[in-house]
Design a protein around this ligand. Structure first.
Ligand SMILES: NC(=O)c1ccc[n+]([C@@H]2O[C@H](COP(=O)([O-])OP(=O)(O)OC[C@H]3O[C@@H](n4cnc5c(N)ncnc54)[C@H](O)[C@@H]3O)[C@@H](O)[C@H]2O)c1
Length: 247
């Protein structure tokens, strides 16, 4: 069987790196994407991965821009081949309580965290269906499940991912294309490490498992859902949050 091709958006971020490694270990040819304008950081990271034994192709794309996503996907299809696995991982936060939230903060988060799902999936979904095999995993969040003070934009975008996931899971079901989401809780990443120590201690105090999650624990859920033998799992969500929120 030819090697399946997997795309991970936001590949060199706190969680993306572990996802890329897990997919390489699963035998996929991995194409990672990075936000345009960060070429040097992406090249350094790619080299670092190579030294660790992980060969990852890196390409720029703005996931909030439909035409740029279409361009990237066409480029990957012509240089590497058909995309079989898509992990929609790139995301941002622009936190503010609603009374202070600017329209730009709302729009940037909706475009990057929710419209990106459509932008990356729509151009390749039909081709996956006609080939009879595909895996899409959308990265949501604990805060999309429960809402979070100061994150109306982020919580709305991440909650929207569940509707998108379940709708297209129904469209892909008879065609061998599964679509699921993974909702990380608080994970030990640079983003979370920036939180002041006292706030972080109180967050950890609210996690029944008693610690932050590790990026590898999110990657574990992603590679579970993208496995060849995961074809009966579709339209669902895996919460990986140490028991912090039990839906
Ligand atoms: N870290 C956590 O604890 C946590 C918890 C819940 C959910 N998540 C979600 O997991 C995903 C990854 O989070 P992370 O902690 O690795 O974040 P991160 O900031 O380390 O990485 C995000 C990546 O997305 C890329 N990106 C941002 N905007 C982009 C754009 N417009 N186009 C293309 N790429 C863009 C960034 O360059 C970066 O590589 C996000 O969707 C985030 O919301 C993270």
């Amino acid at each position: 069987m030819t090697q399946r091709i997997a795309i991970v958006t936001g590949a060199n971020g706190g969680l993306g790196e572990s996802m890329c490694k897990a997919l390489v270990e699963q035998g996929r040819k991995v194409v990672g994407t990075f936000a345009p304008g960060h070429d040097a950081a992406a090249a350094n990271w790619q080299e670092e991965m190579k030294q660790q034994g992980f060969d990852i192709i890196m390409k720029p794309v703005d996931v909030s821009d439909f035409n740029d996503c279409k361009r990237l996907l066409e480029e990957v299809e012509s240089s590497e081949g058909s995309v079989d696995v898509l992990v929609n991982n790139a995301g941002i936060t622009r936190d503010a309580p609603l009374k202070k939230m600017q329209q730009e903060q709302w729009q940037a988060v909706i475009d990057t965290n929710l419209s990106s799902m459509f932008n990356m999936s729509q151009p390749i979904f039909e081709a996956m269906c006609s080939r009879g095999w595909g895996r899409i995993v959308n990265i949501s969040s604990l805060n999309g499940e429960k809402g979070q003070f100061g994150q109306a934009n982020y919580s709305a975008a991440k909650a929207g991912i569940y509707g998108f996931t379940k709708a297209i899971a129904q469209e892909g079901a008879k065609k061998g294309v599964t679509v699921n989401s993974v909702s990380p809780g608080y994970i030990d990443t640079p983003m979370v490490r920036q939180v002041p120590e006292n706030v972080l201690n109180s967050i950890v105090g609210g996690i029944p498992v008693g610690r932050l999650g590790q990026p590898e624990e999110i990657a574990r859920a992603v590679s579970f859902l993208t496995a060849d033998d995961a074809g009966f799992i579709t339209g669902t969500n895996i919460s990986v949050n140490g028991g912090q929120y039990m839906a």
